[in-house]
Design a protein around this ligand. Structure first.
Ligand SMILES: [Fe+2]
Ligand SMILES: [Fe+2]
Length: 335
């Protein structure tokens, strides 16, 4: 997993985070790991722009990898190609890395193996297809419910389900959105961890947050816990970071690209790198496109956001252009 690339004349450490951990085999909660920083990956005219005073982060989401999704693997090849063509300092996977990892442990292993092919530091978060969703709003039999067991399986197969790292001058926080509002003991544990992490963020440091579900709905959209972080947990999260300079929240889950602003915070939806849902199953709120999000986190706190394409990959429609791996075509992949 480890990778670093030093630019001539610029060897400042940009990322002080962790890679995916070694798979664990049982035991208690996995403590998020920290490893040494890596060098700035340079500048260029690629997806992140040509600036020296920024850290470059590629956010991918909803790869839905498994042996049953060959096109998802082809698109992951394109992600690897994009990374290799202009390496960012960090790749973040915002969840739903697997087709059905919450139900089939082998899917998580398949996804982890492909994530391991990324040649720069990578951090990953779980989505509903990796660990399940809250019991009160999941589809029950058709979808896994998040439990201590599904979280443990994710941590064993992939690594920690949250992270806190430095990227240049920025604090980047990644949270397990699937736990939020679940009532699981691991949710309490995460709230405690978050309080500890935010207490150490220096005053005035710019902060970016990544999680699988969008934190807040855009104006006019119905607020459902299947699509968004549940309201009570959302408010608890916003209260926990209220004293920080939170500037941007990046999420996956909806398989649409979107950006909106709420109370001075930019909310960016990363599209799926696998496919979009047909209109008969999901209304378009943002752009139904396949790709990723390239972030340039400037040292002065500004951030540039670019929705980027994957080389050679079009806007694949799941169930139309490719066979859906999900048994019930009426069951939405994401609300
Ligand atoms: Fe997804
Ligand atoms: Fe999802």
């Amino acid at each position: 997993m480890a990778g670093s690339r030093a630019s001539p004349g610029c060897v400042a450490s940009r990322v002080a985070g962790h890679h995916l951990g070694s798979p664990k085999t049982g035991g208690g909660p996995v403590v998020p790991q920290r490893t040494v920083g890596v060098a700035l990956s340079g500048t260029g005219p690629g997806p992140y722009g040509a600036r020296m005073d920024s850290a470059r982060v590629l956010v991918v989401a909803d790869s839905h990898l498994s042996a049953r999704t060959p096109e998802a693997h082809e698109h992951w090849d394109a992600v690897l190609e994009l990374v290799a063509s202009d390496p960012p300092d960090l790749v973040v996977h915002a969840g739903d890395m697997s087709t059905d990892g919450a139900l089939r442990a082998g899917d998580l292993a398949d996804a982890r193996a492909r994530l391991d092919e990324v040649t720069v530091p990578l951090l990953a978060l779980p989505g509903n297809h990796d660990v399940g969703d809250g019991a009160a709003w999941s589809d029950g039999a058709a979808e896994a419910v998040v439990t201590a067991a599904t979280i443990d399986r994710f941590r064993a197969a992939v690594g920690p389900d949250r992270f806190s790292t430095l990227v240049g001058t920025w604090r980047l926080l990644g949270l397990d959105a699937q736990l939020m509002g679940s009532g699981e003991a691991a949710e309490d544990e995460q709230w405690g961890w978050l309080a500890d992490e935010v207490s150490r963020v220096p005053s005035g440091a710019p902060v970016a947050l990544v999680l699988h579900k969008p934190l807040v709905p855009p104006g006019g959209e119905v607020d459902t816990p299947r699509r968004y972080v549940p309201i009570t947990a959302r408010q608890r999260l916003l209260d926990a970071v209220a004293h920080l300079d939170l500037r941007i929240v990046v999420s996956g889950h909806v398989h649409q690209a979107l950006e909106h602003e709420r109370d001075g915070i930019r909310h960016v939806w990363a599209p799926s790198c696998w496919g979009v849902l047909p209109d008969r199953l999901q209304r378009a709120v943002g752009a139904k496109r396949v790709g990723a999000v390239a972030l340039a986190l400037h040292d002065d706190g500004r951030v540039d956001v670019r929705q980027v394409r994957l080389p050679g990959v079009g806007d694949t429609v799941i169930g139309e252009d490719v066979t859906s791996p999900y048994p019930d075509p009426a069951a939405p992949l994401d609300a």
